[in-house]
Design a protein around this ligand. Structure first.
Ligand code: GLA
Length: 384
């Protein structure tokens, strides 16, 4: 290859460029880098796409599970740190059960007794969480290969992932065509995740991103001192299997009140039946959306140690705040980090759990021919 350069011939340069462009290290179109992310047990190769912006933010996304693998943002001294949990290769995600960074669906969160009725017809789903179905069933969106396309533009780096969930997959009706677009707007410190879907039969849909955040950096201790705000004056209390009872309960005067910033650990061990059921926080908050604002604030988290702040806005009516209660030190994640108890929190923007069985909750029905659209924005900054 170097001969071409040394001889200075045009033909040599063209050959060199052609070899470079087909090497798989960079895409010809806009230059989004990608690399091999290893193979699944049946030999399928996964790719890892790297999105960057001028503000020094970096996101890594794999086409396996349309999963957010890494998210690097500066701390108050400008030092980049990866603030989400995950694995070093696709094998970790294939074997994992924690949904790290994944796109969860067709129905994120739980559906009671793995059953629902739509248009007078009963549908049966997989029971993969006791008697209930959780996060799409036995093989949810998080365990599927998606088709990735670099859709970057002057507005920023963007990766679009597409998946066709066939009629009857995991028991859900309708061929559902879904795209998830991850983007890093050029001029801001934020990650935007946008979901679009259509179906050819009436179905239900609830999609979310299941990133586990630790603003001090992944693997760097527990998140109990992170200060959390939830823009929600009510939450949906649950039974012992984490299915909402149907009540929308005021948070005022309870350990569930995050309307003003509070350390995650401050009340997590309170003598409260709801905290016992969740083994900590594992509940859906009802966001105080103003009807006129389609993208409204959902949550803010601040880590006093690193100074990093995460603000989440969403078009969704709810957010599942999960305090990493099932993490127990048995998972060895990225760079060999061990993920101990409550080493991360999730803020899953979503419709309420078990909505298909609660006609009074905001509907999760997507009718044939309708367009589903949902956006969540994760904005980063720092505080002294
Ligand atoms: C969600 C659920 C939790 C747990 C995690 C994954 O947040 O609500 O109960 O299943 O996913 O471990």
């Amino acid at each position: 290859m170097m001969t071409g350069f040394r001889s200075g011939t045009y033909a040599g340069l063209v050959l060199c460029m052609t070899l470079w462009m087909s090497s798989g290290k960079a895409e010809a179109k806009s230059g989004m880098q990608h690399k091999n992310f290893g193979k699944t047990h049946d030999g399928q190769s996964a790719e890892l796409y790297i999105l960057t912006n001028k503000n020094g933010m970096q996101a890594e996304v794999t086409n396996y599970g349309a999963t957010l693998v890494a998210l690097r943002v500066p701390d108050r001294d400008g030092k980049l740190g990866d603030v989400i949990l995950g694995y070093d290769n696709v094998a970790g995600y294939e074997g994992g059960t924690a949904y790290f960074g994944a796109t969860v669906g067709r129905y994120a969160n739980r559906i009671a007794h793995a059953k629902f009725t739509l248009d007078g017809k009963a549908y049966t789903l997989a029971k993969n969480d006791g008697e209930n179905t959780l996060h799409g069933g036995a093989t949810g969106f998080n365990k599927r290969f998606w088709t990735a396309e670099d859709v970057s533009s002057d507005a920023g780096a963007a990766l679009q992932l597409t998946y066709l969930s066939k009629d009857g997959e995991e028991g859900y009706p309708g061929n559902l065509n879904i795209t998830v677009t991850y983007s890093l707007p050029a001029d801001r410190k934020e990650l935007r995740i946008e979901y679009r879907a259509t179906t050819d039969k009436d179905t239900v849909i609830n999609v979310s991103n299941h990133a586990y955040y630790n603003l001090a950096g992944q693997g760097n201790g527990d998140i109990l001192k992170h200060e959390l705000t939830l823009y929600a004056s009510r939450f949906t209390p649950v039974d012992q299997t984490l299915i909402p009872t149907g009540e929308l309960r005021e948070v005022k005067g309870t350990a569930f009140d995050f309307t003003k910033p509070a350390a995650i650990g401050a009340r997590i061990d309170h003598d409260d039946q709801q905290l016992k059921y969740g083994k900590g926080y594992d509940h859906n908050w009802v966001l105080d959306h103003k009807a006129k604002d389609p993208l409204a604030p959902a949550a803010e988290a601040y880590d006093p140690q690193s100074g990093r702040v995460l603000e989440i806005s969403t078009t969704e009516p709810g957010v599942q705040f999960y305090s990493g209660n099932f993490l127990d030190g048995s998972i060895h994640g990225k760079e060999g980090k061990v993920y101990g108890h409550r080493f991360a929190f999730c803020l899953e923007t979503q419709h309420f759990p078990d909505s298909p069985n609660h006609p009074d909750f905001p509907t999760t029905v997507l009718k044939a021919g309708q367009h589903f659209h949902s956006v969540s924005v994760y904005r980063f900054s720092t505080r002294k």
